[in-house]
Design a protein around this ligand. Sequence first.
Ligand code: FMN
Length: 348
Amino acid sequence: MPSNIRYARTAENHGFEYALTQIRFTASYGAANQHESVTFSQALLHHTERIKVIAAILPGPWNPAVAAKQIASIDNYTNGRIAVNIVSGWFKGEFTALGEWWLEHAERYRRSNEFIRCLKGIWTAGDEGFTFGGDFYRFRNYQLAPKPLQKPHPEIFQGGNSDDARNNGAEVSDWYFMNGNDLDGFRDQVEDVKARARKVGREQEVRFAVNGFVIVRDSEEEAIQVLQEIQGKADKEAVSAFHDAVQQAGASTSNKTGMWANSKFKDLVQYNDGFKTKLIGTKEQIADRILLLKSLGVNLILTAFLHYDEEIERFGKEVLPLVRQLESEGRGKVAEEEIQRTGAVYGH
Ligand SMILES: Cc1cc2nc3c(=O)[nH]c(=O)nc-3n(C[C@H](O)[C@H](O)[C@H](O)COP(=O)(O)O)c2cc1C
């Protein structure tokens, strides 16, 4: 905990706006040793002043009444700095270990869709309270008090790549969270989710976030060497076990395009395919790639680092000011220009 508090403080002092926590109740691949995400988020918020923390919430173990109440309370303690990431679950062993029903992929996302509608309904209900009759959740004139401070409600993130995840992103979420990908993968998802959102009148309401692993070094060769070292020193057994688990999850989606459907061993050394985002190189190269992502419609980048203490600071001191400067010069607006400048790097 002390080191995570230090990272969060360093991040907010260097211009980062959000931090994400994750939820894992149990895992078969060496990642089970994690604190619970809502309490962990609250602990980080308690020790910081500006950064927003996004708490992962897993429908199944959580019910929307509990989640809405917890998050509303935290929103009050922290002056509006909590957000949620509604994850739909992909690890069967985790659900069966908890005695939870293991629903098939589309059903898990249908449950998440209801879960998100319940959160929003509970958080924003008027004097008559919240009433809902769904297949998974039911409420009758439920009146939450106190309500969250953030209006209309704390931001709701939701991730994935499948058809089901895209629909939930478009229909009910504030943010659609993407794994690392290549240029076609990013363009496809942003355009597709926007088109789905347009159909339900929400095109302006959905924003896009992407995961990326950052390695800033003085030269590109040096950065790539660090990447190869990370991949070379990976715990082969743990990554292979994760690979097997997520391939099963990806293949079980209706359109077979689950998030990890095309991930290779070396991609999965960083769970959320963060190397594919290629924020690896000199500060200038990374700034260019960030502007490319921005021009495609990406509004937020979730970063991960090898040495958090030094590298959050380096990113904040070297890359962020460069991005801001280039933005003020008009960069990051025209996708075709940005693709010409740097797009080739995402092609292979
Ligand atoms: C940035 C990000 C963070 C995630 N965090 C978690 C998490 O903490 N716990 C979890 O079980 N799943 C997490 N997921 C997984 C998603 O909920 C979902 O299961 C996964 O993206 C597969 O989706 P798909 O089958 O729709 O492609 C995360 C996904 C993304 C993109």
